[in-house]
Design a protein around this ligand. Structure first.
Ligand SMILES: NC(=O)c1ccc[n+]([C@@H]2O[C@H](COP(=O)([O-])OP(=O)(O)OC[C@H]3O[C@@H](n4cnc5c(N)ncnc54)[C@H](O)[C@@H]3O)[C@@H](O)[C@H]2O)c1
Ligand SMILES: [Zn+2]
Length: 425
């Protein structure tokens, strides 16, 4: 696709769907795409976009930041953009040993050519390395280099690098600037946006961390060209989630454009990422610290996290476990009569079209007891009560609630467990 000189007419998008039972968003303006060039107080203006799009995350206390989204950034343009968010003279790019050979030199050159001094650190790849020990390597490197509080950390990689580097930026000298350069679908549409940073603890995933916002997020969709299909599909699971929880039109668009996404069509990917970032940005703006609304981003995650940890980390990719969890949330919602069976079928169909799993495998160690035990450890449990994100009403509506029929949840778990046990029999 040619991005140059596209004319976009932007109409105010109505946030037609309730976030939490019956609640309409009063934040529709923040869902408007914003141009990188033109700015105007008019919400109905036409905007000229060059080769990238910008979604802004509007937060208080000078913490607002842009998400740049493009597919054919000129290195000079991208470098200038990144360097403009490096407030001091020095930055530390942190990546991993899988991404480094593909992208590190390019990003060093882009930022250096804009007059900044760049140091680099390459960490070991993998979720198992999202730990306090590995994160300490970032702090050690910064200390060895004598970096002061004006340094900017740049996270170059997927969600593991983004979460870990964001957290190290939050605590190095009580907080230094950082920039997210996400290079997986998962990190482009989810982990790089919203300021949740952290590492895993041996006793629990993401249990140590901080809310800490970046200076900017720089998404070059071209970087996805080297991402394996399975990782790509895992990220698409989170994109589907955004349609389900609050944007029926986006879900319908995804139903029509799934092949384009799987084929990495740039135009289609740009829209999918932009819309996902807009939805996440609006949710984060309204509920940064997850008092309620932000929890809806966890559709399918309570079941999914149980599947992830019960199956042994590494067996499923996060988005794959979330896909099965989403199928379970949909089935449970239908069992309670909250959504039509036809919607469950559409959800199954779109997950299948995205080549995501919908069932536990024949050898799954998951049984009812394991599900219930792991789900009771969920971060959304409050005062001993499990709360779930479930679908209710028309497509695009969800609720975050502890008020559900527990038998429907048990029946759903039993159905999924029986399906996989049945297969192994
Ligand atoms: N902070 C949040 O709000 C939030 C939200 C969702 C997920 N997460 C976290 O994100 C992590 C998952 O993120 P992820 O799915 O990006 O995993 P990841 O960071 O492990 O990346 C997946 C794999 O792809 C490789 N990779 C990255 N970019 C590549 C590229 N361009 N080409 C080839 N290979 C590439 C990585 O090195 C890794 O091996 C989890 O730790 C999860 O907890 C955080
Ligand atoms: Zn997720």
């Amino acid at each position: 696709m040619k991005y140059s000189h596209l004319i976009f007419s932007y109409l105010l998008m109505s946030v037609s769907n309730a976030f939490i039972t019956g609640r309409k968003s009063n934040n529709a303006a923040s869902l408007m795409p914003r141009s990188n060039i033109a700015s105007s107080s008019s919400s109905m203006m036409q905007s000229v976009v060059t080769n990238h799009e910008v979604v802004r995350v509007e937060l208080g206390d000078d913490r607002s930041y842009p998400i740049y989204i493009g597919g054919k950034f000129e290195p000079s343009e991208g470098g200038a953009m990144l360097a403009s968010h490096v407030h001091g003279n020095r930055c530390l790019i942190v990546t991993n040993d899988r991404v480094a050979p593909i992208l590190l030199d390019k990003y060093v050159e882009m930022i250096e050519s804009n007059g900044k001094q760049v140091d680099t650190l390459v960490l070991p790849d993998g979720e198992e390395n999202k730990s306090i020990d590995v994160m300490t390597m970032v702090l050690d490197k910064a200390m060895e280099l004598g970096l002061d509080r004006k340094v900017t950390f740049v996270a170059l990689g997927g969600g593991v690098i983004g979460d870990m580097v964001g957290f190290s930026a939050a605590i190095y000298q009580r907080g230094v600037n950082f920039i997210q350069v996400p290079t997986t679908v998962m990190s482009m549409v989810d982990s790089s946006v919203g300021g949740k940073t952290g590492v895993n603890h041996p006793l629990g995933k993401n249990m140590v961390g901080a809310f800490y916002q970046p200076q900017c997020v720089y998404i070059d969709i071209d970087t996805l060209s080297t991402l394996p299909d399975r990782e790509l599909q895992s990220g698409i699971s989170e994109i589907i989630k955004y349609g389900l929880i609050q944007d029926a039109d986006f879900f319908i668009w995804l139903e029509k454009n799934m092949d384009g996404l799987l084929n990495r069509n740039l135009e289609i990917f740009t829209y999918a990422i932009k819309r996902s970032c807009e939805i996440k940005a609006a949710v984060v703006e309204a509920d940064e610290k997850e008092a309620g609304l932000r929890a809806t981003l966890n559709l399918g995650h309570t079941f999914g996290h149980a599947i992830e940890s019960g199956s042994g980390y590494g067996h499923w990719l996060h988005g794959e476990a979330v896909a099965i969890g989403t199928a379970m949330a949909a089935q449970m919602s239908a069992k309670m009569g909250w959504i039509e069976d036809s919607l469950v079928e559409r959800i199954y169909n779109i997950l299948l079209a995205a080549k995501l799993p919908l069932e536990l495998p024949v050898n799954s160690p998951m049984d009812q007891e394991t599900f219930l035990k792991l789900m009771s450890k969920d971060k959304k449990v409050a005062n001993g009560q499990l709360r779930l994100i479930l679908l209710k009403g028309e497509l695009g509506n969800c609720v975050f609630t502890g008020d559900f029929d527990e038998q429907a949840m048990i029946d759903t778990i039993d159905t999924f467990v029986a399906e996989c046990k049945g297969k192994s029999a």
